[in-house]
Ligand binder design. Structure first.
Ligand SMILES: C[S@@+](CC[C@H](N)C(=O)[O-])C[C@H]1O[C@@H](n2cnc3c(N)ncnc32)[C@H](O)[C@@H]1O
Length: 249
């Protein structure tokens, strides 16, 4: 068996860093391939698994190798309170594209049109995982697998299909674009094959996305407020989809 230090250095450049116990737990639950996982305190980590994640306790026990605390801290930008870190294989673009293209779709795809804030993108991936969305697509320059986005996603990138595409490459399905100027979302039911698009934090929806949109919807908001935060807008919209409320289109 390769020692964890050699494996870490060999893989760190190309793999996805799972920073902390919860990120590793989520990634394992959702089928991530994890070639190396370390802890500075194996007994404490397995006690945490017994308490919080008995479903993956044995899988974690098989993956985790104890290393000295200094070795662990040399692997991560900032030590995590759980002193756990792992590297996972990023799913191939082909497999994500196949999931995004699969029909009939049972849950919407979320599109972030040129997001600028990496923490927001991570929070949206966590939301999409929680609601069982088919995927999260970003347009623009941000890589949705950037380490800061992965940190915000708490290991849940493996629970939904996360890819960057152009507006022209968006998956099929009716596009519902969210914008404060749209029709009140409460009057509209969102179908399971919806493509739910949200604008950039700075500039809102791009002209390309507006052209592609079939419906423009707004979230209820007092007139004096200009807009909501991007991730909270996604949360309200996915919640609206999950309730099945609003008139069916
Ligand atoms: C921070 S807002 C963008 C604000 C930007 N200055 C603008 O001009 O739209 C980010 C995104 O969240 C969504 N959003 C925020 N508030 C909304 C609302 N009241 N109704 C619908 N969408 C909203 C939209 O998709 C928006 O593009």
């Amino acid at each position: 068996m390769t020692d964890p230090v050699t494996a870490w250095h060999r893989l760190a450049g190309s793999a996805v860093l799972l920073d902390g116990f919860h990120a590793l737990k989520h990634a394992v639950r959702f089928g991530a391939e994890v070639p190396v996982a370390v802890t500075a305190d194996r007994a404490a980590t397995l006690a945490l698994a017994d308490e919080l994640a008995p479903d993956v306790r044995d899988a974690l026990a098989a993956l985790l190798t104890e290393v000295p605390h200094e070795t662990y801290t040399s692997f991560v930008p900032r030590a995590h309170p759980t002193a756990v870190a792992a590297l996972a294989v990023r799913p191939s673009r082909e497999s994500n594209l196949a999931k995004l293209a699969h029909t009939p779709r049972k849950a919407p795809v979320v599109v972030l049109d040129n997001p600028r804030n990496l923490g927001n993108a991570g929070a949206v991936i966590r939301l999409a995982a929680g609601f069982g969305a088919t995927g999260v697509v970003t347009t623009g320059t941000v890589d949705p697998w950037h380490p800061t986005v992965v940190r915000g996603g708490a290991g849940l990138h493996f629970a939904t299909a996360v890819e960057r595409l152009t507006v022209q490459e968006l998956p099929s399905g009716p596009v519902f674009a969210l914008d404060p100027e749209g029709d009140d979302i409460r009057g509209t039911g969102l179908p399971d094959d919806a493509v739910l698009a949200f604008g950039s934090e700075r500039t809102g929806l791009s002209p390309e996305l507006r052209l592609r949109a079939d419906h423009l919807l707004s979230l209820p908001m007092r007139p004096q407020v200009s807009s909501y935060n991007l991730a909270t807008s996604v949360a309200m919209t996915l919640y609206h989809w999950s309730t099945g409320s609003g008139a069916a289109l």
